[in-house]
Design a protein around this ligand. Structure first.
Ligand code: ATP
Length: 415
């Protein structure tokens, strides 16, 4: 029975091959976890006052867990790069302590902090090949040739650089250069990676691709990562937790979706989300057992839970925040006459494919954006919009007005 014998040999061979591959894969992951020191980074009461007296960081606290991917996000000048550079040791701290692993690194020079940093501008050596760029830091540390070779080939296979090792940086695309910069960081097998806007120089498509690669890489290596960006989409897609900063202070630290759905104040609510959350100034009014937000020609009846939460603020000024996806053109299970409807004038429509952004005016001239399912609507027409009350937030007045409608707000993390 040559046919059967051949088949069974083939089955045995296929099974063996698969077993070996699975075994090698497990070994590789184990090796990578073993060689990369895992570490916690703790930032305790850290301040930065630049010469001249400007206080860029105002006493922040942050516990970054072992193997966590944490993203510092905030508008330009909020102090995120300064914070990262203090962790790296590139900027002296003016107060507080930074721990990497179990040691305070306040006075430890950058090269001895067991971290590797990737910058926006790659900072590759132009006269060296990809191989040499990745090997250089290890050579400086006195590692022997064989170990260097092993590390460089390990990193290049993870990053898909095997065929580019002999090329010089000028013969690489922006994305490939950035991968070499990441390779140079991972060959070090440090306790933590620090990324400072590493994707800013790439075009939109490459940014999205490289972002996914970084996420895959972190999943493989599980190295503690601190990543700085001003791009809220990057922050939401990459971070295990997102740290929203403004004016040298941490505003909120939470999982991306929690920050989006349960912003602790108006600043955080307005910073995350595209299009951003709509805000209307007004006041809270009681009527029987119900509480209404009234302002800008819109009246919204809060849910029972929200009404209980804001009870102490009835009769006071407040700001209502409403996500664009919380407005609907037609009544549905989330939004109906019960909660609120508003008559709004259609100003501009931006078609996005299956959805569209509608720019609307209230009767008192407040402007709102609604992201709804695409359909034909005449510009200038008046439409009845339905509000999903679960997408409504009530803030105290002011840029950093506290979110007073968060049910279970005691659990929210603020700094
Ligand atoms: P960006 O996204 O624009 O880089 P950032 O949030 O990273 O912003 P930082 O670079 O940390 O901001 O700067 C925080 C503040 O400190 C800014 O107002 C900046 O002008 C100021 N700053 C930064 N470096 C210095 C310096 N060497 N001397 C004085 N002020 C500085």
């Amino acid at each position: 029975m040559p046919l059967t014998g051949g088949l069974s040999r083939q089955v045995v061979f296929t099974c063996t091959k698969r077993t070996i591959l699975v075994f090698l894969h497990i070994q590789l992951i184990g090796y990578m976890r073993k060689v990369c020191t895992l570490a916690e980074v703790i930032i305790k009461d850290v301040e930065k006052v630049y010469p001249g007296g400007f206080q860029a960081v105002k006493g922040i606290n942050l516990d970054i867990h072992d193997s966590e991917f944490i993203v510092l996000v905030g508008p330009s000048g909020c102090g995120k790069s300064t914070t990262l550079r203090m962790v790296a040791g590139l900027e002296e701290i003016s107060g507080g302590s930074i721990y990497i692993g179990d040691r305070v690194v306040n006075d430890v020079p950058p090269k001895d902090r067991d971290i590797a940093m990737v910058f926006q501008n790659y900072a590759l050596y132009p006269h060296m090949s990809v191989y040499k760029n990745m090997a250089f830091g290890l050579k400086l540390r006195g590692m022997n040739k064989k170990d260097i070779d092993e590390r460089v080939r390990w990193a290049s296979s993870i990053l898909g650089l095997d065929t580019l090792l002999e090329r010089k940086p000028k013969a690489l695309s922006g994305g490939q250069r950035q991968r070499v910069a990441v390779g140079r960081a991972i060959v070090r097998q440090p306790a933590a990676f620090l990324f400072d806007e590493p994707l800013s120089n790439l075009d939109a498509k490459l940014r999205v691709e490289t972002r996914a690669e970084l996420k895959r890489l972190h999943h493989k290596l599980q190295t503690t990562t601190i990543y700085v960006t001003h791009d809220q989409e990057e922050a939401m897609t990459l971070g295990d937790r997102v740290v929203v900063m403004s004016e040298g202070l941490i505003q909120q630290v939470d999982a991306p979706l929690t920050v989006y759905e349960r912003p602790v104040n108006r600043f955080v609510a307005g910073f995350l989300g595209t299009p951003p959350m709509n805000f209307i100034e007004g006041a809270l009014e009681g009527n029987g057992g119900d509480v209404f937000f009234k302002g800008g020609g819109v009246s919204v009846k809060l849910s029972t839970a929200q009404a209980e939460q804001v009870a102490g603020h009835v009769g006071q000024k407040a700001t209502m925040g409403l996500r664009p996806e919380g407005l609907f053109l037609h009544a549905n299970e989330h939004a109906n006459d019960e909660a609120c409807t508003a008559e709004l004038e259609v100003n501009v429509i931006e078609p996005l494919g299956d959805t569209m952004d509608m720019f609307l005016d209230t009767s008192e001239g407040d402007r709102l954006v609604a992201r709804v399912k695409a359909e034909h609507i005449d510009l200038g027409s008046k439409v009845k919009m339905y509000v999903d009350i679960s997408k409504v937030h009530i803030f105290e007045p002011g840029t950093y007005g506290k979110n007073i409608s968060l049910v279970g707000a005691e659990e929210a993390v603020t700094a």
